[in-house]
Design a protein around this ligand. Sequence first.
Ligand SMILES: Cc1cc2nc3c(=O)[nH]c(=O)nc-3n(C[C@H](O)[C@H](O)[C@H](O)COP(=O)(O)OP(=O)(O)OC[C@H]3O[C@@H](n4cnc5c(N)ncnc54)[C@H](O)[C@@H]3O)c2cc1C
Length: 504
Amino acid sequence: MTTTGPPEPIRSVVIVGGGTAGWMAAAALAHHFRNAPIRFTLIESSEIGTVGVGEATIPTIRRFYAALGMSDAQVMKACNATAKLGIRFNDWLRPGHSFVHPFGRFGQDLNGVDFHHYWLAARTAGDTAPLGDYSLGAMLAQEGHATLPAPNPPSQLSIFDWALHFDAALFAQHMRRFAEGLGVTRIDARIGEVALRGEDGFIDAVVLEDDRRIDGDFFIDCSGFRSLLLGEALGVGYQDWSHWLFCDGAWAVQSERAGDPPSCTTVTARTAGWQWRIPLRHREGNGMVFSSRFQSEQQALDELLVNLPGTPTTDPRRLRFTPGRRDVAWSRNCVALGLASGFLEPLESTSIALIETGIERLKQLFPDRRCDAGLADEFNEQSAEEMERVRDFLILHYTLNGRSGPFWEACRSLNMPSTLNKKLALWRTRGAFLRYRWEMFSPASWLAIYAGFDCLPGSVDPALAGMNPTQLTRGLHAMRQSIRAAVADTPTHAEFLEIMEASA
Ligand SMILES: Cc1cc2nc3c(=O)[nH]c(=O)nc-3n(C[C@H](O)[C@H](O)[C@H](O)COP(=O)(O)OP(=O)(O)OC[C@H]3O[C@@H](n4cnc5c(N)ncnc54)[C@H](O)[C@@H]3O)c2cc1C
């Protein structure tokens, strides 16, 4: 049902939760509505605390804070950040095998034919250079270098992107300072109760444990896994995707810096899941994501601790989750962002990016006090599709694994969602990409995973049929040379961090 009559503008927004989601929402919305008469209040409980992880990002984070007027150098300094050029996958295809999923593209398209067809044709002609050799981002990560992308790249070969590894607590604090600077009111207290309006079930107020009542026209639930407003108070159900993504637990632990920080996240396949290493300037963030169906908590912890890059500096922290999403992210006068809206394991660092797109969507569809159902429907449809596309991308990593062991064998034989099946079939038959709406990952990312897992199509573009193989391999050799030369001209990641620090 759509609303009629004159608009009834929202005057007061209450954000519940002060983790990464809450403070990002407060910062971005207070900035966006800085000239509008809307009061923003954020309630968090320092007693409860935050989830305390979420330190690897994708390049969209840089656009997010740039829109708030923050520079890379400032954010890096404030959050002890390092550069992330992609993710290195160790041992996923088989032990000893490794590849990088970079942010950016591979090779140079030619005559209307995508580069990967040339690469595939060259393989048939005996040139076995891996796909990563044609990506500046992957090669920089491989060499432990980092640099800023050229503002006007001279060719497709120069195109790459980058993101950050940052200290999650420092990033939330940075967002908080910004939001408070724009007038956001922070209340440190526990919410005991959520008061609903009798006539339509809208949220009227949250009641704090000290009996203070905080009224609002619109509520943003950033309360973490608990989903205090959307899940608990409004009773929105949860879609459990654990039949597709078997991992349901994690251990997180910090350790001392171990040598120069790599310019990529490392994710290493383990017995029943995978281990992450996120290098920060002052320490390492580490963790193990695992499936409790295939490995006990203790075994997962032991496997993590024995494989740490340096001495642990914190007690290991246990986290449990159910992969999936809330049936809807917006119900009545409440939108959930972050963990309160759902969670998919952090293999491709997508959670913070989903917070960004949720905030963007909310800005685009911001309602008045009646919360038109059409706006909520659109928000929910877009959010659901986007999360399903991320889900499919994650499942792909598991179905293509070539490892032995019960967990990995079960992953290989799971029943894929039809959307993924269709994509994979098209790729295998013709090396073609199927792009759905609201995809977070571009064809280049899908290509990185297909190729990284040796999942290659049965044929290449017929337009290449008459191509001279010598010419082809020569052309590809020249591309690789050009990328190598470009990498040789760049600073190491450690030097890059110094340069950024000096410019902050
Ligand atoms: C193991 C693991 C690894 C991850 N790694 C990554 C990664 O590398 N990259 C990435 O993008 N994402 C990652 N994520 C996800 C990321 O951590 C979250 O998306 C992000 O931190 C946002 O969390 P949040 O703000 O939604 O929830 P939280 O950090 O849990 O914050 C919840 C807030 O709600 C408040 N609250 C709760 N109940 C009440 C109450 N009753 N009264 C008052 N306040 C209350 C809490 O005090 C807190 O402030 C990871 C998640 C997990 C579990």
